[in-house]
Design a protein around this ligand. Structure first.
Ligand code: C2E
Ligand code: CA
Ligand code: CA
Length: 286
């Protein structure tokens, strides 16, 4: 993208922030034990009148570069905390996961700011989970202080896209994470790649050993769901369960999903036995 196009995009983003035109979509994450909703992940959405829909993977890194990330993060936090209150009024109590840039953690008062926002709106801090990705220039170990302060305040911490980029097993041991999100790339490969299955199983076992939960992201097929369940992951998220949703349809979605869940797991045994013959890894599992 040319520097001029980047600038145009950032002006558009600033306008969208000023005019309150950004939205959040919420993707359900379910518990593999019983198919219940365990959490939703907030994902920012921007439809620009001139540029059309712009993907967060395009504009979030640019917002980081051009100094807009703090404003975007504050808007996001306010939006999800208010959304939590609306759902709570409807009798729906769920935790919300929110993606934050490692850059936000460089502001020393960021953990206090998050706590103050929760307190001002009356949202318990333990309903919030912050998702962080390791960046090349922002090793998470350097952010130990900020991460620890979040945990002291009762806020959950997930390491996102685990297994790609720079995240390492050491980080899991040293940093106060509560959850590991296994990257979609491993999940996509799981029916065909013994390596991916081994990695998911090893990461899950390690996470459990360290007292963390393991979530598989990007689950799109029943095959993937069944294998991942057998490998011991606690939670799944992905288009098979649901795409990110408008907030108003979460409640009807839960009702529909409750009916669909038994069918989703019903042929599980058959599928797994099929796998066992070809695959010594599954054999050890059963
Ligand atoms: P992420 O946190 O890893 O989020 C998961 C991405 O995968 C989302 O893309 C989601 O829509 C997509 N996804 C969910 N299920 C599936 C599936 O089954 N298959 C496939 N192929 N994709 C699936 P999205 O919404 O475009 O977001 C991209 C990235 O942008 C996010 O990756 C996150 O790193 C970042 N992001 C999104 N919202 C925010 C935000 O509010 N603040 C910040 N700082 N970053 C955000
Ligand atoms: Ca995420
Ligand atoms: Ca991810």
């Amino acid at each position: 993208m040319s520097p001029a196009a980047e600038l145009q995009m950032m002006h558009g983003l600033q306008r969208a922030l000023d005019e309150q035109r950004l939205r959040m979509a919420y993707q359900p994450k379910i518990c593999l034990r019983d198919g219940s909703l365990s959490q939703v992940e907030a994902l920012v959405r921007w439809d620009d009148p001139e540029l059309g829909p712009v993907k967060p993977s395009h504009f979030v890194p640019l917002a980081e570069e051009h100094g807009l990330i703090h404003e975007l993060t504050q808007w996001g936090l306010r939006t999800i905390l208010r959304q939590w209150l609306d759902w709570c009024d409807e009798g729906l109590d769920t935790s919300i996961a929110f993606n934050i840039s490692a850059l936000s953690l460089q502001h020393l008062d960021f953990p206090d700011l998050v706590e103050r926002m929760c307190r001002a709106l009356g949202v318990p801090t333990n309903r919030l989970v912050l998702e962080l990705t390791e960046g090349a220039t922002q090793p998470l170990v350097r952010l130990m202080d900020a991460l620890t302060r979040f945990r002291i305040k009762g806020i959950g911490l997930a390491i996102d896209d685990f297994g790609t980029g720079y995240s390492s097993l050491m980080q899991l041991r040293q940093l106060p994470f509560t959850e590991v999100k296994i990257d979609q790339a491993f999940v996509a490969d799981v029916p065909h790649s013994r390596d991916s299955r081994l990695i998911i199983q090893a990461v899950t076992e390690l996470a459990h050993g360290l007292g963390l939960t393991a979530t598989a992201e990007g689950v799109e097929t029943l095959d993937q769901l069944r294998i991942i369940r057998e490998l011991g992951c606690d939670h799944v998220q992905g288009y098979l369960v649901s795409a990110p949703l408008e907030p108003s349809v979460l409640r009807p979605w839960i009702q529909r999903f409750r009916r669909a869940w038994p069918a989703m797991i019903s042929e599980e045994k058959l599928a797994l036995w099929g796998d066992v013959e070809a695959d010594p890894l599954s054999e050890r599992q059963i």
